[in-house]
Structure formats: C-alpha cells, structure tokens
Design a protein around this ligand. Structure first.
Ligand SMILES: [Zn+2]
Length: 295
C-alpha cells in the first residue's frame, strides 16, 4: 500500500486531485468508500472536531483502517479543521494520516508560530503524518447560508503563502482563493456557483511549492474546479453537497416506507444519494477518465 504522500505526488504528476469527503456516520463512510472503489481512485475521508466528537476519534480510525486493510484499498483519514494542539495530538495518536491544523482566524504571525510548534509536535508522534496549514478567510460552517460573507479581504497572496510554508514546515497549504465553506441556498438550487481565482492559485503554487488543498469545494463551478486542479490543487474538499444529499436520500427512504423501522432498509436510499454526488465529484477530480466505467 502506497502512503498518502506518494499518492499525492502521483496525483500531482498526473494532473489530478484526490477527493476529500467529510463523514460523520456510517451512511457517509459507506457511500464514499463504495464510490471510490467503483472508480478505483484513492480517497480521503475527513472529520472536523465536531464530526470526530460525534463518531469517536479512535473509533473512526479503527473503522477506516479496517476498510483499508480488508480491501487493500487506498482510503486515508484526515483530521479536518483542528483548532488546538491537544485535539491534534489525539488524532495523531489515533493513527490519522493527515491533519488540517487551522489557526487561520489568528493574526498570521501567531498562526505561523503555533503551526510550526504543531508540525514539530505531531511529527514527533508520527513522522509520516502530513500536516496542512491554513491561511486566509474562507468562512466557517459546512451548511446552507442565507447570505454570502464578504471574504474579499481574506484572500491569500503568493508572498504570504511562501512565508507561511517556509516558516512552519507544513506539507500541505490551504489558501483562500475564492472558495468558501458551506453553500448559499441559490447554490443548493443550482442557480449560482462559486468561482475560483485560478491565477491566484497558480501564483501561490509557484511561490509555496507544496501540495495545495481547496476547502469548501461544494457548489463550485465544474470548469473552475478543473482549472484549479491544473493550476496546482492536489486535494479538493466536498462536505455540504454530501450533507444535502444525505438529507434528501434519508427523507426519500423514510417517505418510501412510512411504516418501516429497520435502519438497514431505510438507509440505503441515503447511501445511494450520497454515493452519486461522491462519484460525480471523484470523476471530475480525477479527470473523468473513469467516467466510462459508470457507477
Ligand atoms: Zn474546510
């Protein structure tokens, strides 16, 4: 089994990105794993602090590890948006493959100082764990927002990206390049799309020379996602689109069988609904070369 760093390197050479999908229950894990296996592409599943609290940090690590081993399949586990070193250490000890250490809300000097400390502390526990740092403002909450936050002042610059990466030693950088956590209602309805600053991504890639992650990918224009990957994005995060599909599928499953109480008879509707979204995003992130296989 190749490690996550090798697979990121391979993705970079092939001009594709690894899909990252947030999970907080068995429906989501099953849907992501099934889609990735059918398309035969590596995949990252991630849990924020809130998602980990619900599922159990050590429990999800054991579950994902068991999938990886039993099916000999490259599914990796990321500790998404971790805001304290204590939570990071917990994830490192549980065996997470990577961590998003997110102090982007702090002034950049403080973000640099604490992220550098975190890189050292986490790699002392697991030298192969990849540490991602965050700069800029892309909003919070992978949910449906009624109005758009003004994120224009929080866009990342190539200079800031270079300084951050060189000072902290992070393996991966998540910049603010027009992306945003969550979706506007008009995006859920398909009336509007997020647009990315492709030139900014290319400039940051040239300056920072590390793997780049795009957070808040839900609701982004497909062509912008393709261009962003070509410009240097290596990992693309999707959460809100999955949550919307999860709810839709669950409601459909309940409505279809109003008298049913057996979870494994109701929940497959939710698995199918989420799986379709994951498969569609994985095809796009992987250059659609797997589209012919269908799902
Ligand atoms: Zn994120």
């Amino acid at each position: 089994m190749r490690c996550l760093r090798d697979l990121l390197q391979k993705a970079q050479q092939s001009g594709v990105a690894i899909g990252h999908f947030n999970i907080s229950d068995l429906v989501l894990v099953r849907a992501v794993f099934a889609a990735a296996r059918e398309l035969n592409v590596p995949v990252l599943v991630g849990l924020s602090e809130g998602e980990r609290e619900f599922v159990g940090t050590r429990q999800i690590a054991a579950f994902v590890r068991s999938l990886r081993e039993e099916f000999d399949f490259p599914i990796f586990l990321n500790a998404d948006h971790t805001h304290s070193l204590a939570k990071g250490i917990e994830a490192a000890k549980a065996g997470f493959d990577s961590i998003v250490f997110d102090l982007s809300a702090l002034p950049i000097e403080e973000n640099i100082r604490q992220t550098k400390q975190a890189v050292e502390a986490l790699k002392a526990i697991n030298p192969s764990m990849l540490v991602e740092g965050e700069i800029g403002d892309i909003g919070t909450g992978s949910e449906i927002h009624e109005s758009s936050p003004d994120l224009s002042k929080g866009l990342s610059t190539p200079e800031e990206a270079k300084q951050f990466v060189e000072s902290t030693g992070v393996d991966i950088l998540a910049p603010a390049v027009g992306n945003m956590h969550g979706m506007l209602r008009s995006m859920v309805q398909g009336e509007t799309k997020k647009r990315l600053d492709i030139e900014r991504i290319a400039g940051i890639k040239r300056a920072a020379r590390v793997f780049l992650t795009l957070h808040g990918g839900s609701g982004t224009d497909d062509q912008d996602l393709r261009k962003a990957i070509a410009a240097g994005i290596n990992i693309a995060h999707i959460n809100t689109e999955l949550r919307v599909a999860w709810r839709d599928g669950l409601e459909r499953g309940l409505a279809k069988q109003p008298a049913e109480v057996v979870p494994y008879k109701i929940l497959p509707s939710a698995v199918d609904s989420v799986k379709q979204v994951v498969a569609s995003r994985l095809r796009l992130f992987n250059g659609e070369r797997h589209a012919a296989q269908g799902i």
